[in-house]
Design a protein around this ligand. Structure first.
Ligand code: CP
Length: 326
């Protein structure tokens, strides 16, 4: 993988990506498309290193640094893994959970003012905002790095996609992958962010599996077309499940599935498992409901709990890339 010559996305497309790097360094993490392949490889190398750091119980290298977490909507994995990541690095955490209720937003303060203040108390800010574009607004006024931990209902969740890709990378080469992304894709911020990252690699094929009314939005499809990535839109899981290397399952809220279809038609269960390739990888960003049966947990192809653990390593690595001066 590392022996291959990669063409950074910005070079391939001939234009700079938004929120991109300054002098080759990350400034903020807002959208998946800002990552180039060399940056991804640096992140993954550091993440491998963090696996060893955690085994040793952590480091004190960042003991004078403070991370602020501002979560306007609920989270288990993202907030706690970021907070654990900072503490494993020796840093400290200041946090507002339920920020819509327990921050000054309830008194009408806008996100720009909040970030202005929080940035003067901390070295990096992790924000999950209820509005699409909320993290980008935060980054535009922030003097410290801002990390998007999920914005709106149909925005992005780039750090989830980074850990998803790392989980796949730990198992097999990323070039040439065939990936099924399944679920409620029009509002799937993890699915959207992962599609952008997969587009960085050669000969990738993506199959978006969803009821037609919940299919992936045109902005992603246009991006894939612009980057020469093959994709298809498929309403029937059975037609593709035996062909793909990676099954990326995401939530599907029963109330959003209309007409004659049912969410069960998109679920991974023991019957679907039997149709998959013997070496397929099964990922899910979690939390899950009906779309991923508990019977899948024992299958050796199920990687979603390891994926959540990888979130710790990748977020530690990302924090170091943002906090390191050199
Ligand atoms: N995958 C994910 O973002 O989970 P949380 O909502 O628990 O952070």
């Amino acid at each position: 993988m590392k022996d291959q010559v990669f063409i950074p996305d910005a070079q391939r497309s001939g234009r700079a990506e938004p929120m991109a790097t300054r002098e080759g360094k990350l400034k903020h993490v807002i959208e998946s498309q800002q990552f180039t392949v060399p940056l991804l490889m640096e992140l993954f190398d550091r993440s491998r290193g963090m696996e060893r750091v955690v085994e040793r119980g952590g480091t004190l290298d960042y003991q004078n640094r403070i991370m602020a977490t501002l979560f306007y909507t609920p989270s288990t994995r993202t907030r706690l893994s970021f907070e654990a990541a900072m503490q494993r690095l020796g840093g400290r955490v200041v946090s507002t959970e339920h920020a819509r209720e327990f921050s000054s937003e309830i008194e009408g303060e806008n996100v720009e003012d909040t970030i202005h203040i929080v940035g003067s108390y901390s070295d990096v800010i992790v924000i999950r905002h209820h509005e699409e574009g909320g993290a980008k607004r935060a980054a535009q006024v922030s003097h410290v790095p801002v990390i998007n931990a999920g914005d709106g209902d149909g925005g992005q969740h780039p750090t989830q996609a980074l850990l998803d890709l790392y989980t796949i990378y730990r198992e097999r080469p990323l070039d040439g992958l065939s990936v099924a992304i399944i679920g409620e894709l029009d509002k799937g911020r993890t699915a959207r962010s992962l599609a952008y990252l997969l587009a960085k690699f050669e000969r990738v094929k993506i199959c978006f599996v969803s009821p037609p009314e919940l299919q992936m939005k045109p902005d992603i499809l246009e991006y894939l077309e612009g980057h020469g990535v093959r994709y298809e839109l498929e309403p029937d899981i059975d037609r593709i499940i035996g062909e793909v290397d990676v099954v990326y399952q995401t939530r599907i809220r029963p109330e959003r599935v209309t007409g004659l279809r049912s969410p069960q038609q998109y679920a991974i269960n023991s019957a679907v498992l039997r149709k998959m390739k013997p070496d397929a990888l099964i990922l899910h960003p979690l939390p899950r409901t009906v779309e991923l049966d508990k019977s899948v947990d024992e299958d050796p192809r199920a990687l979603y709990f390891r994926q959540a653990v990888n979130g710790l390593y990748v977020r530690m690595a990302l924090l170091t890339m943002l906090l390191d001066k050199e």
